[in-house]
Ligand binder design. Structure first.
Ligand SMILES: [Zn+2]
Length: 311
């Protein structure tokens, strides 16, 4: 392939792999991880890699070990709870398996890098059983953690092992959704979330093959087949593809592929799974490309908030 986007490896979100409950009543503070560990023997292993001074905060379904500002910790806690509420409207979740999940929230990017043992290019990490992230800046301080929490829900809550493209795409899809009036709205798009902020960098001609040749777009089959080595060579390019493909499958063509995609998450997500559950690659590629164009146009015109409805 000709040269492709090669932005700095500024992103991600490593992932392996969600009931309606009221928020806000379950915030419980513990003086120290060690103290909490006395009554949470099964969580003690988590404490070994925690940053110094981490305090535990509990929500209805999460235990957050945090060194971040308490207000940010609470926002992240509320965000993951509403994420879980949205998740269970889409996918099955085993309540017993997903009763309480572990998050580690670092005070800063520097602290995340020092204590999480994440790869140098990672901005957040899900390493079973914990999600690791730091609060982002600006209007959406929880998007890194939301992304990882989706991986965690898929693996620990649903028992799924999706293909990379579907796993990362779905994590990016929900992780970049906006929270409105305290509820995550799947399919809305926060411009302050990864990988959305890269969208406007695209230069799409309207001619798919030409854009492939120009390194702006990957053929659908390559997206589905992509592995860790492919991603490492062009991280953001792949994540924009993963996110836009899942956004299309959930909302494009008036939502006709949505059920098939959600079923696909429980499979290995191969080309044959894709064609069996969604449709022939050549036809879907054309439709997805049009959807990507619309998303890029919306980003450039700063009207991503108009994207949510099926189209
Ligand atoms: Zn991820």
């Amino acid at each position: 392939m000709p040269a492709r986007w090669r932005y700095p490896r500024l992103a991600l979100v490593v992932g392996g792999l969600a009931l309606l409950l009221a928020l806000g009543r379950a915030w419980t503070r513990h003086d120290s991880p060690a103290e909490a560990g006395k009554t949470q023997a099964g969580r003690e292993t988590q404490a070994s890699g925690l940053p110094p001074g981490a305090r535990f905060v509990d929500t209805a379904h999460y235990r957050i070990a945090s060194t971040a500002d308490p207000r940010l910790t609470q926002r992240v806690g509320e965000a993951v709870e509403t994420l879980r509420q949205a998740y269970v409207t889409l996918l099955p979740l085993d309540e017993a398996r997903g009763a309480r999940m572990n998050l580690v929230l670092y005070r800063s990017r520097e602290e995340f890098r020092r204590f999480s043992a994440a790869p140098s290019w990672a901005e957040a990490l899900y390493r079973r059983p914990d999600c690791h992230a730091y609060p982002g800046e600006g209007a959406n301080p929880h998007h890194w953690m939301l992304h990882e929490a989706v991986h965690q829900l898929l693996v620990e809550g649903s028992g799924y092992r999706p293909a990379r493209w579907a796993n990362e795409g779905f994590a990016a899809y929900l992780g970049a959704s906006r929270i409105v009036d305290g509820r995550l709205q799947p399919g809305t798009v926060s411009e302050a979330a990864y990988p959305i902020w890269w969208l406007e960098q695209y230069r799409l001609s309207g001619l798919f093959d030409a854009d492939v040749d120009a390194g702006q777009v990957l053929p659908l089959g390559e997206v589905i087949d992509s592995d860790a080595a492919d991603v490492a060579g062009a991280v953001n390019l792949h994540y924009v593809h993963y996110w836009s493909l899942v956004h299309f499958l959930m909302h494009g063509e008036h939502g006709r592929y949505r059920d098939g995609f959600l079923r696909l998450l429980a499979t290995a997500g191969t080309r044959s799974d894709f064609e069996r559950l969604i449709g022939p690659l050549p036809a879907i590629q054309v439709q997805w490309y049009r959807h990507l164009q619309a998303l890029v146009d919306a980003a450039r015109q700063q009207r991503l908030d108009a994207i949510p409805e099926d189209r």
